[in-house]
Write a protein that binds this ligand. Structure first.
Ligand code: GLN
Length: 250
């Protein structure tokens, strides 16, 4: 199968090499005999619902976010429609913030978001930086851990009915006090965990690829053949241990 990824603003939102997540998708799809087609979607381009199996947006500093926020607002209805039709989403950090209702940075005017996720973000005085460990259950009964790195000033408050991506085992997460990290709406996931997120969490890469394949075929998410993932497991274990050693919370 061909899996079509739409990569939003690759030239603006790519802090901490968030683009490395695309390399993981390409490799893991290729090893299962699928082809990955990545199309950049930048300022002025349209999001045409149905054209992408997965939409990806990375992180960036407030300045880059402010540059793309008005254009992203114009793409909002197209992105909502794409997700309603079953496209998967991975939105990281700055992109995650703008996929909510909006972000108010340290200085400057509030930036409206597209409201796909039910949350709002306001920058605090201190930055929340370090390794994070989450407990996730994307499929009922299948608990997995997600290990990564966060660096954000924004405090993201989920609406009471919003579904988080995971519970914080160690680290700060959305706001440093709720114990939640990220947000989920069906196949759309948002998180503060930066690149390299997927190299050390291959189960999440495969979950997203399976959702993208479900969109491509119009069927159920397929079981993907397991891969050895020895180095990935080691990277996950080291990252998880760093987060545990750090504890977290301010
Ligand atoms: N500018 C945002 C914040 O500090 C996002 C930063 C990022 O993507 N690392 O909260």
């Amino acid at each position: 199968m061909k899996i079509r990824i739409g990569h939003l603003y690759p030239e603006y939102l790519n802090i901490y090499a968030d683009r490395g997540n695309i390399a993981v998708f390409a490799r893991r799809a290729g090893l299962r005999g699928h082809e990955l087609e990545v199309t950049p979607i930048s300022v002025g381009d349209e999001v045409r619902p149905g054209e992408h199996d997965l939409l990806y947006i990375g992180g960036g500093q407030d300045r880059e976010q402010a540059l793309i926020a008005p254009d992203l607002g114009a793409k909002g209805p197209g992105i909502h429609e794409a997700v309603a039709r079953g496209a998967a989403v991975l939105a990281v950090c700055g992109g995650y913030q703008l996929f909510g209702r909006g972000y108010r940075g340290h200085q400057g005017d509030p930036m409206p978001g597209i409201g796909l996720f039910q949350h709002e973000t306001v920058a605090g005085e201190s930055r929340m930086i370090g390794d994070v460990l989450l407990d996730c259950e994307l499929e009922p009964g299948e608990r997995r851990t997600l290990a990564g790195f966060e660096n954000h000033a924004g405090r993201t408050r989920l609406d009471p009915e919003a579904v988080p991506l995971g519970r914080v085992v160690a680290g700060f997460g959305n706001d440093g006090e709720s114990g939640y990290e990220g947000c989920r709406v069906g196949r759309a996931l948002g998180t503060y965990l930066h690149g390299p997120l997927l190299p050390r969490n291959p189960w999440l890469a495969d979950w997203l690829l399976a959702q993208a394949l479900a969109h491509a075929t119009g069927g159920e998410p397929p079981e993907l053949a397991p891969l050895p993932d020895r180095l990935e497991a080691e990277a996950h274990a080291i990252s998880a241990q760093r987060a545990r050693d750090r504890g977290g919370r301010f």
